[in-house]
Design a binder for this molecule. Structure first.
Ligand SMILES: [Ca+2]
Ligand SMILES: [Ca+2]
Ligand SMILES: [Ca+2]
Length: 202
């Protein structure tokens, strides 16, 4: 169906105004500097083969999140990671997990640097992690985390001691069956009952 002339004219006006606005914006004078090394955020993330990637899952990489994991008012960094396949096979290489390559949680030390607290946090997963979303699903005032992966997803409840506990099974989330590829996720109170619900895309 051909769009009416009035609609085309209106679209041209919007595009023109948009172009004028985009060219008229003043320079903000902000530059970004890579401070990862001085901040202590330089551990490489493993995600699939180094020289060759055979499957789509190896090519995507994983997400990160700024969360105040220890509730001290300073944002901490959660960097998700993946793993690697045995050469020529579809099985995960156990050497990756054995070498301690995991998702990592870094505590903000209030001076521009971060300390790796993965081991104490309970978030040291060696899986094909994909994305993370945060929400206080049990209304205890502490931000809980949901991490999606290829294989199965996990719900982590924040404990008072700064650790996160995997409560996926206890909360009725699927823990077996054929593997699925959890991609994005979001906590939302879709029925407005005051308790966060969970949306997961696959
Ligand atoms: Ca913090
Ligand atoms: Ca909570
Ligand atoms: Ca709800």
């Amino acid at each position: 169906m051909t769009p009416p002339r009035a609609a085309i004219a209106l679209a041209i006006v919007f595009v023109t105004v948009g172009l004028l606005r985009s060219t008229a914006l003043p320079a903000v004078g902000i530059t970004f500097t890579d401070v990862a090394a001085s901040a202590g955020l330089i551990v490489p993330s493993v995600y699939g083969g180094v020289d060759r990637k055979r499957f789509i899952i190896e090519t995507n990489g994983a997400g990160t999140a700024w969360i105040d994991a220890d509730q001290d008012g300073w944002l901490d960094a959660l960097v998700l990671g993946g793993t690697r396949l045995i050469d020529g096979q579809r099985a995960d290489d156990p050497a990756i997990a054995a070498a301690g390559s995991t998702s990592r949680l870094y505590r903000n030390q209030h001076d521009g640097t971060f300390k790796d607290i993965t081991a104490a946090s309970g978030l040291g997963l060696t899986v094909w992690a994909s994305s993370v979303c945060g929400g206080d699903y049990d209304n205890d005032g502490r931000l809980d985390l949901f991490i999606t992966s290829f294989g199965r997803n996990r719900l982590f409840r924040a404990l008072a001691n700064g650790r996160f506990e995997d409560v996926s099974v206890a909360q009725g989330l699927p823990a077996d069956g054929p593997p699925r590829w959890g991609s994005g996720c979001s906590f939302l109170d879709f029925d407005r009952d005051g308790r966060l619900d969970l949306f997961v895309s696959n």
